[in-house]
Design a protein around this ligand. Structure first.
Ligand SMILES: NC(=O)c1ccc[n+]([C@@H]2O[C@H](COP(=O)([O-])OP(=O)(O)OC[C@H]3O[C@@H](n4cnc5c(N)ncnc54)[C@H](OP(=O)(O)O)[C@@H]3O)[C@@H](O)[C@H]2O)c1
Length: 303
């Protein structure tokens, strides 16, 4: 396996259509710029169109010939996801890669989505679960299509668990626990989805990626601690986007794989195959989370 896989390893992506959630900031924006430079058509999904327009200009500066368009998507609102997916399917007959990238981390108070889910579980996991469900038919109609879902190194931390007794953090709110649960859920979803797609003989594959530790707007709720940690520990955005890009474009990457850096306790380095934590491989927990997610999402996958 290529130990220093980087953007030079990405072939032309002309003719392919990518959809990136949270494309206006941090890793999503960086990922979009590289894909656009490589000739891909990229749909940038952003919840705030003003921020989205600024990001779109940045992409056009980096890649003047870029085929990029902006669409509004709030993953904390199931109605917004439905409206987005309806419009997407009206405009496109093809989707080569769905990148489930958007995320919110550790707000100091317990916040909720429009439908009342705890904001991190609701946005990071349920929002992407519903979006993927809505877009699966168009992915299935596109040869060699992929779904890449962003997890995190926190999915291996001691607080990473599925808190079955209080999934929505209604009894007591622990911001780190809630974020870790949402990112472990992302990983369990990506792996379970691939397993189900294989069992259904689907042509679509599902992979997971994590960016190590990368300084972005994600740390905005961490105050001074976040600033110090960003300064001391973070790798730069150019490195942080590589695991997503590898999972999304490397012809050798396979469904069910998990890409991320391995150095400095998985905070830094080039993208390599990562070992998922035991819980993400636990079939009973994965099935239970899938069933609960379908109930919350009011969405039943055909796979
Ligand atoms: N940075 C890291 O070290 C790190 C480590 C592990 C995993 N990750 C994961 O990487 C992904 C990208 O994070 P980032 O570091 O690039 O952070 P970021 O710069 O804060 O970007 C997050 C993106 O998600 C969007 N978002 C938040 N809530 C949303 C919602 N309700 N609907 C639609 N979009 C929403 C944000 O939109 P707004 O700009 O409007 O807020 C922003 O575009 C996340 O899934 C995160 O968990 C990051």
């Amino acid at each position: 396996m290529n130990k220093k896989w980087n953007t030079n390893n990405i072939a032309s992506q002309e003719g392919k259509i990518f959809l990136v959630t949270g494309a206006n900031s941090g890793l999503g924006l960086g990922t979009t710029k590289v894909l656009a430079t490589k000739g891909a058509e990229v749909v940038m999904a952003a919840r705030n169109l003003e921020k989205g327009k600024k990001a779109l200009q940045e992409v056009k500066q980096a890649a003047p010939q870029a085929k990029v368009i902006l669409m509004q998507l709030d993953l904390a609102d199931l109605d917004s996801i439905e409206a987005f997916a309806t419009e997407f399917k009206r405009n496109y007959q093809q989707l080569d890669v769905l990148i489930n990238n958007a995320g919110v981390m550790m707000p100091n108070e317990r916040l909720t989505t429009k439908q009342g889910f705890e904001i991190q579980f609701g946005t990071n996991h349920i929002g992407h679960f519903v979006l993927t469900h809505q877009l699966l038919p168009i992915l299935e109609n596109t040869p060699n299509s992929r779904i890449v879902t962003l997890s995190s190194l926190v999915a291996k931390m001691s607080k990473a668990d599925i808190y079955w007794d209080d999934l929505q953090w209604e009894k007591s709110y622990d911001k780190m626990g809630a974020y870790a649960q949402s990112k472990l859920s992302n990983l369990m979803f990506a792996l379970e989805l691939d397993q189900r797609l294989r069992a259904a003989n689907s042509p679509v594959t599902s992979l997971a990626a994590h960016p190590g530790y990368t300084a972005t707007n994600l740390q905005q709720h961490m105050g001074l601690t976040g600033k110090v940690m960003n300064f001391l520990l973070a790798q730069n955005l150019e490195m942080g986007i590589l695991p997503t890009l590898r999972a999304a474009t490397d012809p050798e990457a396979k469904g069910g794989e998990y890409y991320g850096p391995l150095k400095w306790r998985e905070m830094r380095g080039y993208p390599a195959l990562n070992e998922p934590p035991a819980l993400a491989l636990d079939q009973k927990s994965r099935t239970k989370l899938w069933t609960i997610s379908e109930k919350y999402a009011k969405a039943s996958f055909a796979v």
